[in-house]
Each structure stands twice: as C-alpha cells, then as structure tokens.
Design a protein around this ligand. Structure first.
Ligand code: AMP
Ligand code: ZN
Ligand code: FE
Ligand code: FE
Length: 279
C-alpha cells in the first residue's frame, strides 16, 4: 500500500503561523508526511531555514507561497507552486507585497491610534525583517497592550473588514498574479475556493488561466470535495490539497489533515526540480 501523503498548504512564523520553519519540518516528519510545500502569505523566507532541514530528514519539500490578491474589490488567495526558490521574479513580487503591506499596516495603526489605541510599527516588526506582517500580528499587539482580550475580538470590533479601523490596502489583481507565476514557470492554484462567497467572483476565477484548484482542504464534507474535484477535472486542472495549518494561531487545524497523493505531488515536484536546475 502506498501511504504517501503531502500537505501542500501550511504557514510558519514567517507569516502568521506560530510554528518555526524548523519545527514545521520536524512535525511533518513526525506525522509521517512524505511531501510538503510551505505556503506562507506573500513570502518564501521560510525556505532558507526549512530547505536544509528537509534535506536532512529526507522530506520531499517543494516551493510554495500564498499570494494575497484582489478581484473586483474582493480578497482572493492564490497559491503558487514549483517555481525556482531563487527566482528573481518571485523574490521581487514578494518584496512588492511587503511594501504594500507596510503601507496598509501603517494605515490601520493610524486608525487605531486615532481611536485611542496607539501601537507603533516597532511593536509589530520581527527581528529577521523578512516576515510578512498582517492583521493577525496587529491583533496580537492589541491583545498585548490590553486593548482587547482576544484576537477574534480585535477582528470583530476593530480591524475586520468593514470595521472602524479596517484599511483595505493595495493588492495585485488575480490575473497579474497568475501571469507572474507563469513567467516564473510555476503553477497557479485557486486556494480554498469554498471561502469565495460571491458566485460571480468564483465564476470569473474559474474562467481564468489557473493550473489548479485546492480540492482537498481541512474539514470539507465529502460532497464539497467532490464538487471542487469535478470542477477542476473538467478543466484539466491539477487538484491540490492541504491543511492550511497555522499552529496555535488556528489550533483546530492539524498539519497533514488534508493532503495529496504521490501522483499529484510528483507533477509539482518534477516541475520544481526542472526549474531549480534551469534558472
Ligand atoms: P491580512 O492578510 O493582513 O488581511 O490578514 C488576514 C488574515 O487574518 C487571515 O488569513 C486570517 O488568518 C486572519 N483573520 C481574518 N479574520 C479573522 C478573524 N475574524 N479572527 C481571527 N483571525 C482572522
Ligand atoms: Zn494565514
Ligand atoms: Fe488563505
Ligand atoms: Fe493559508
């Protein structure tokens, strides 16, 4: 029996996960996963640390990232896989995201300060300066300063979409993100399609030049899974899957709770190895 499982969606401390890249690799090995992709939000910095550790443990690690994008004003997450880890295009794109996020975070901090809850940018900055800082980190700082008692409360009362201290920020469009991923010879995949409530947005996405859709995800009911798998297969797309593990930030999700088989992983890994060798 082939017991191969690869989790293609997880986060580390390089974005809003609570598990370090080293710890993530160790946990994946403990969970007997054979393959992994780390998909931090808008950064691939985890790979600097994770890559040698994965080699050491013989875990098959492939490149990945989860880009924050927008379509008709709605937030859409796009997963990218198999690009070369030293791709200058991906690196520049991540740097642009970082600058956009810095501006947006500052706008949110200004709104909080105006409402009597001052937080400085320094309260959010990590020592490595390579991590993606977003609203979960702002929420953490708000808890630390005693402005709210929990992260969900921070979102619910102040920084959630439509709340008084929310700022949308500037994001790249879905289509330009797909183009960039293709220029880097990677695969572009629609992340957690069930979270897209607006059916017209979903329809638009299904007509774009994606290479795959995340058909296996967390606690999907079998019927949900079947729906996305069917939609993806009809288009000849890859059907990817992963847990969206965030460690203690989302304690109900465990690493390896969703995964792909060796056949799917092999397609992504073959492209990854080819790109690593040719850049
Ligand atoms: P950002 O990318 O900076 O806009 O932050 C979005 C992230 O915040 C999401 O990926 C979630 O992990 C987290 N988030 C969004 N809404 C909530 C909420 N109501 N409670 C806790 N975390 C949330
Ligand atoms: Zn996240
Ligand atoms: Fe996401
Ligand atoms: Fe995610």
């Amino acid at each position: 029996m082939n017991d191969f499982r690869a989790d293609l969606h997880c986060h580390t401390t390089c974005s809003d996960g609570s598990t370090s890249p080293t710890e993530l690799i160790k946990q994946a090995v403990e969970k007997k996963l054979k393959g992994l992709s780390i998909t931090d939000h808008d950064t691939i910095s985890a790979y600097q640390i994770a890559w040698p550790i994965a080699q050491q443990y013989h875990l098959r690690l492939i490149s990945g990232v989860e880009f924050s994008t927008t379509h008709k004003g709605q937030s859409v997450h796009v997963l990218a896989y198999s690009f070369a880890l030293n791709s200058p295009l991906i690196e520049q794109f991540c740097q642009q995201h970082k600058r956009q996020r810095q501006q947006r975070n500052q706008a949110i901090l200004d709104l909080l300060t105006a409402q009597g809850m001052p937080i400085q940018e320094e309260d959010l900055i990590d020592p490595l300066h390579s991590h993606t800082i977003g609203r979960p980190h702002i929420a953490q700082a708000m808890v630390k300063k005693g402005y709210v008692s929990s992260i969900p409360e921070a979102f619910h009362k102040y920084i959630g979409e439509g709340c008084s201290c929310y700022a949308a920020g500037h994001y790249f469009q879905v289509e330009e993100t797909i183009d960039l991923i293709h220029q880097a010879q990677g695969f572009a995949v629609i992340a957690h399609p069930h979270l897209i409530d607006d059916s017209s947005i979903l329809l638009d996405l299904l007509n774009m030049h994606f290479d795959g859709i995340e058909g296996y995800y967390g606690r999907f009911q079998p019927a949900d899974q079947e729906r996305w798998v069917k939609i993806g297969k009809r288009r000849g797309w890859l059907i990817t899957g992963g847990s969206d593990f965030h460690g203690d930030m989302k304690p109900h999700i465990s690493l390896g709770s969703s995964w792909v088989n060796e056949e799917t992983f092999q397609i992504l890994e073959d492209r990854f190895k080819h790109n690593q060798a040719t850049i």
